[in-house]
Design a protein around this ligand. Sequence first.
Ligand code: MTE
Ligand code: MO
Length: 313
Amino acid sequence: MIKIKKRWEIPESEVTPEPLYRRRREFMQAAGTIGGALLLNPWAAAQASLAIGDYQKKAISVDEEITDEADVTSYNNFYEFGTDKEDPKRNSNRFKTDDWKIVVSGECEKPGTYGLEDMMKPFSIEERIYRLRCVEAWSMVVPWLGVPLASVLKSFQPTSKARYVGFKTLHDPVRMPGQQRSVLNWPYREGLTIAEAMHPLTILSVGMYGKTMPNQNGAPVRLVVPWKYGFKSIKSIVGIEFSETQPRTSWNIAAPREYGFYSNVNPEVDHPRWSQKRERRIGEIFKRDTLMFNGYAEEVAELYDDLDLAVNF
Ligand SMILES: Nc1nc2c(c(=O)[nH]1)N[C@H]1C(S)=C(S)[C@@H](COP(=O)(O)O)O[C@H]1N2
Ligand SMILES: [Mo]
């Protein structure tokens, strides 16, 4: 059977740390020998080997070099742990994400409270590796581990009234000390149209660099929406709500003139206070041109055929 790869997918052998890859092959062989009847939870298996697998930067880039892991995990925006780029790493080291629950509500047939592991159980390791560009004033290329958000959302059976999906971060000022100050209207909220949420490039991510998600990057589960500015990729998700009307989003509430609902990467539309034409790739000295939809126009431009992107920024 020949599987045609989408251009953002990377062969698993190229991004999987060697020990994990070998263990997975052994696991597959073991599963094969007893007729595939092995009742091993692939999610648990992935977690176990990911914890062991020391990511070796073996990941050969398909078209762009992966950003240094140390940079991606030490230069962060995560206001729940402070507003400086160095704060999230420093202030999140004791954040516990055991027994994580997600409340699913609104326009769907299967609302309820789901444990993260149960939610992820149906998905195999093969679905979990993506290397995507992410962009803001800085940009990076990260090997995310995750599943298409669409696969997860479909399991909740959205109704025909579900035109949007809203997301919420944990609100717990004790565990997330940054929430003791009202720099944003807590909890952090984000949203997507149902078409954006169902797009195969929208990822529900549980890890990076062959490991479980570091706290500062949004443990235990976050969105990755690679054709949008970074703030759309909400971290530490505890709520998913299907709705008929457009959900409110934190940055739009905070500064509606500066941050619209769509927030697609668009070098042609300036932020009111700065140009969005160029970006600095972390680890590089010179800036580079920012691409329309962060280089994913081929995949996502059709979602916006009917929209004036200067108005719907
Ligand atoms: N809950 C929550 N999610 C969040 C943020 C935040 O402050 N809180 N910051 C956003 C912003 S502004 C960016 S640029 C990205 C940064 O993700 P990274 O630290 O993994 O690079 O996370 C986004 N998700
Ligand atoms: Mo950001």
